[in-house]
Design a protein around this ligand. Sequence first.
Ligand code: 13P
Length: 255
Amino acid sequence: MRKYFIAGNWKMNKNAAESVALAEELVRTMGQQYDVDAVICPPFTSLQGVARVIENSTIKVGAQNMHHEQSGAYTGEVSPEMLRHLYVSYVILGHSERRTLFGETDAFINAKVKAALHNRLRPILCVGETLEEREADRMFEVVETQLAGGLDGVEADQTDLLVIAYEPVWAIGTGKTATPDQAEEMHRRIRDWLKKRFSDSVAERIRIVYGGSMKPSNAADLLKNPNIDGGLIGGASLEGRSFADLVKAAAGKSK
Ligand code: 13P
């Protein structure tokens, strides 16, 4: 049984007041949602305000990044301990925007994954190929390399906290969605890799979610596939109505 997982990655959008307003709207419209794990990931500056708003709801809060050290001379960075203190449950790690715009490597992302697990934060590890890599038929190799690097040294008994997000770079913010068949093919491949890396039962428990121009109009077709366990949503999570519709699309479908 895997519970569907729907997370909104707000990226660098919404100031503290706007974030609180959107979180309030979601609490109001979505009510208590037990069939789906619904998570919102606002910018750091909004975490505290949003955490207060969602406190008595089933919505959880996530961060979009973090540093792997607990404290120290790392100007501009935020530690796992600081996130835990704000009741943050999840953290997005290895997003393609971090990899390409900020030069994050698999080794750096791996240090963060391990630090998140060590601090009982739930990592949402993002993997995905560029258009060039897909056109060269290298997508499986690229994603498997990112998985191997990102999960290096992670033990099977830590994986209950882990979520994997497959986000093809060419589908992010472009309006171009992977077809349900393309997404399912990659998700199956990722699950097979997890089986080899850990075990069948561990791989069957880990949620593998899709990200890349997912919206209410294409969610049902993606979510009906056996290995697509939810979504990591950018643009469509910035509006209360569409995020609530995505959560609704996933509700009651847990497998
Ligand atoms: P979009 O839904 O805007 O394509 O963004 C996806 C994404 O990057 C989520 O992390």
